[in-house]
Design a protein around this ligand. Structure first.
Ligand SMILES: Nc1ncnc2c1ncn2[C@@H]1O[C@H](COP(=O)(O)OP(=O)(O)OP(=O)(O)O)[C@@H](O)[C@H]1O
Ligand SMILES: [Mg+2]
Length: 316
């Protein structure tokens, strides 16, 4: 289906266990060059493990992967030359200044003009004014920007971002999204992990949901949304116990998903009669509704649908 030559990443049947505990059961996916791919999963799903394997930091137990056309088991150094990883925990040296960190990486990556490269990146990432301060005095957002700037040295064709916006405030988060989009526009392939559905929705050309060691679903945001019901009704109750009673009652005729402690999501076919039936059932059961809304599916619905049992949220 896809032209293999245009794939930045090709992963087939990756498996990885730690001390007998299986983390990756059977992970397969492809990432076309120049696109943004988001690996979405809950805490502990194996996102960082997948990135660590693809960036050759750890070895898979089995399975194959080609990164920018290079087999990661046969030619790990060729893979490393093409990629860059900006970490969930920034790889910057906090004792050094911003400029020193950048120059160090530029030297390690054999950039002939390390000073000039650092100057350009400091300016591009809004860090020129703090260039000569130790990183330990930087804010979280400034560290994250420096981390990404370091990742761009040597112009890697493939960038890995492990949870690029975790810990950033909303403004810094938007700014990071803009940077990631512009990297992609300039032809760089971006592989990112996230637990945030809106981030995957906003950024990724392709989203893959990692759950219980497997890619449970993948596709564009629109394709994933089509996996769940065409329309849902969100019901809000004043307590968890009322919600539980409502859930039992509605489950007799509807597909119901617990959403938060006090809310339920009911799938419908979008027709008024189906929606009306929900409210009639609740009225006949003397159940008070604190609020309601009708929604078209979001990526949250897809995630709850697929990963519901894992996140402690029940789905039918
Ligand atoms: N070196 C290791 N030794 C033992 N267990 C590990 C190791 N690295 C990861 N694990 C386990 O593998 C599982 C997946 O971890 P991983 O860090 O890949 O998850 P994640 O999806 O990145 O989670 P998070 O969203 O919290 O970053 C976890 O249960 C974790 O405890
Ligand atoms: Mg992680």
């Amino acid at each position: 289906m896809t032209d293999t030559n245009n794939l930045a990443i090709e992963v087939a049947h990756l498996q990885k266990s730690f001390k007998g505990a299986r983390v990756l059961e059977d992970v397969s996916f492809t990432v076309p060059q120049g696109t943004i791919f988001a690996l979405l999963g809950s805490n502990g799903a194996g996102k960082t493990t997948t990135i660590n394997i693809l960036t050759t930091l750890i070895k898979a137990d089995s399975g194959t992967a080609r990164v920018m056309g290079h087999d990661f088991a046969l030619s790990p150094s060729a893979v490393r030359n093409q990629i860059s990883l900006t970490g969930q925990f920034a790889a910057v040296d906090h004792m050094l200044t911003g400029r020193e960190n950048l120059e160090l990486i530029a030297l390690l990556r054999h950039e002939p003009a390390a000073h000039a490269v650092a100057t350009t990146l400091l300016s591009d990432f809004g860090l020129a004014h703090t260039a000569d301060r130790r990183v330990m005095t930087y804010s979280g957002g400034m560290r994250r920007r420096l981390d990404i700037a370091m990742g761009l040295i040597g112009k890697p064709s493939l960038l890995f971002f492990d949870e690029p916006t975790t810990g950033l405030d909303p403004e810094a988060r938007q700014e990071m999204w803009t940077r990631i989009r512009s990297l992609s526009t300039s032809g760089t392939t971006v592989f990112l992990t996230t637990q945030q559905l809106d981030e995957a929705d906003a950024l990724a050309d392709t989203i893959a949901i990692l759950h219980q060691g497997k890619i449970e679903a993948s596709g564009t945001s629109a394709e994933l949304k089509r996996l769940v019901s065409s329309s849902t009704v969100l019901l809000e109750f004043s307590s968890g116990s009322i919600r539980d009673t409502a859930m039992k009652l509605l489950q007799e005729h509807h597909t119901v998903h617990a959403h938060t402690a006090e809310t339920l999501v009911v799938d419908t076919d979008g027709h008024a009669s189906a929606v009306a039936d929900i409210f009639v059932t609740l009225r006949d059961g003397n159940i008070e509704i604190a609020g309601f809304s009708q929604r078209t599916p979001s990526l949250d619905d897809v995630f709850f649908h697929i990963a519901g049992d894992h996140t402690g949220v029940t789905s039918s």
